[in-house]
Design a protein around this ligand. Structure first.
Ligand code: SF4
Length: 390
């Protein structure tokens, strides 16, 4: 599959570091795929296949899908966990009424207003229907890591492309249009349904930032800026800015801590340390990946070797096949009867007609959600902006 140089999925990186686009291209990326990425691709394929073949009245029976869709076109196995995740996502679309009327699934969106040749594939979007001037764009995340809908650059990039089409073809005014950007994360342990609702005209500033970053990225002197976004940049192993940030982080550890340690000094040093540790982590991860790739290619890296870590064994076949295999030799491979997970319980209650909030209230007495250990986090104003912009 071809990729846009300015891929929406990496917009959160290139909007902050336009130089990452050139760095990625020069580093000869994309790098090899991994299990998580393959599972994500398979989950998206399954969701689109279910909607394409079964329509909005798709069956809610997990076994039905495990019987009929065993693997995606790339050979990634369809698992029970994946089917649960996909059904949660589809149930969300249904409950929100997004499967009524016209909608688009896994749809290529050209984003010419940002830059010629910029395009991406949106998981799901639904244009305004008649006089109902609401635009919904949905991103389904099969992974567990938290993704916010608020200031979500990937969704904002799709929004820019969709607006190009709506304004040209349907003359929709951005002052009259309500936009809902959704992130659905069925396997996330926190809030799994996030929506950021704004008037389209209030998103102009974000689109301008994307456009400025896109122009800079493809211009003659792209700006490179390191930060937390480096974590998601595949060029970090060969990036001088990331290397410099790591070296400065090491130097920082040696710098004098002001005494006495006032609240102001603490407020300065702790975030600086957190950032320094992150810069070192990103650098270490990227160098590790690079070392593994070179050793695999037969190169010798002084003082470094590779070995396999331990990973859990997992079944290559469906649960039914494994149980049958056990029965052949008189063994019982069935799990003891257990309750579904709280996430699955919520999904089933929602299917029975409850909202997410009502389902959680209903289960409140039987769900325990212990708080983790207290930890200091950097306050970059995101929460404040989210409160005042929502
Ligand atoms: S590693 Fe960081 S600074 Fe370097 S190109 Fe990527 S995002 Fe930019």
């Amino acid at each position: 599959m071809s990729h846009s140089l300015l891929a929406p999925s990496s917009a959160s990186v290139w909007v902050r570091c336009p130089g990452s686009v050139t760095m990625r291209a020069q580093a000869g990326l994309p790098s090899e795929t991994n299990d998580a990425a393959e599972e994500g691709t398979a989950a998206h394929w399954l969701a689109a296949s279910i909607l394409g073949q079964e329509g909005s009245d798709y069956p809610g029976d997990t076994d039905y899908y495990l019987r009929n869709w065993t693997q995606d076109p790339a050979g990634t196995l369809i698992t029970e966990d994946m089917v649960h995740s996909v059904l949660y996502y589809l149930d969300y679309l249904k409950m929100q009424g997004l499967l009524d009327g016209t909608f688009f699934v896994e749809d290529r969106i050209d984003i010419q207003s940002l830059h010629t040749g910029c395009y991406g594939t949106a998981d799901f979007w639904r244009p305004p229907q008649g006089n109902d001037l609401v635009l919904d764009i949905v991103d389904f995340k099969h992974g567990r890591g938290n993704v916010e809908a608020f200031e979500n650059w990937q969704l904002l990039t799709y929004f820019a492309g969709v607006m190009d089409a709506l304004q040209v073809e349907h003359k929709v005014l951005d002052t009259e249009l309500t936009v809902r950007l959704h992130v659905i994360q069925p396997r996330h342990f926190g809030d799994r349904e996030k929506v950021w609702e704004q008037k389209a005209s209030d998103l102009r500033g974000y689109v301008n930032m994307l456009r400025a970053a896109a122009e800079n990225a493809l211009g003659s002197d792209p700006r490179v800026a390191s930060g937390h976004h480096c974590k998601h940049c595949p060029a970090r192993h060969c990036c001088p800015a990331a290397q410099k940030a790591a070296v400065e982080a090491i130097r920082f550890v040696d710098s004098a801590t002001p005494h006495p340690l006032t609240e102001e000094a603490l407020g300065y040093e702790l975030p600086a340390l957190i950032n320094a540790i992150k810069a070192l982590e990103y650098r270490k991860e990227s160098l590790e990946e690079e070392a593994i790739a070179r050793i695999r290619a037969g190169k010798n890296i002084p003082y470094v070797n590779v070995k396999h870590g331990t990973a859990q064994r997992k079944w290559k076949k469906t649960a039914a096949e494994v149980i049958r295999l056990g029965a052949i030799s008189g063994a019982d491979f069935k799990m003891p009867v257990d309750a579904v997970t709280p996430a699955e319980a919520v999904r089933q209650l929602k299917k029975a007609g409850m909202t997410e909030k009502d389902a959680l209230t209903y289960l409140d007495a039987v769900i325990d959600k212990p708080k983790g250990k207290l930890k200091a986090v950097i306050d970059d104003g995101f929460k404040a902006r989210k409160t005042f912009t929502n």
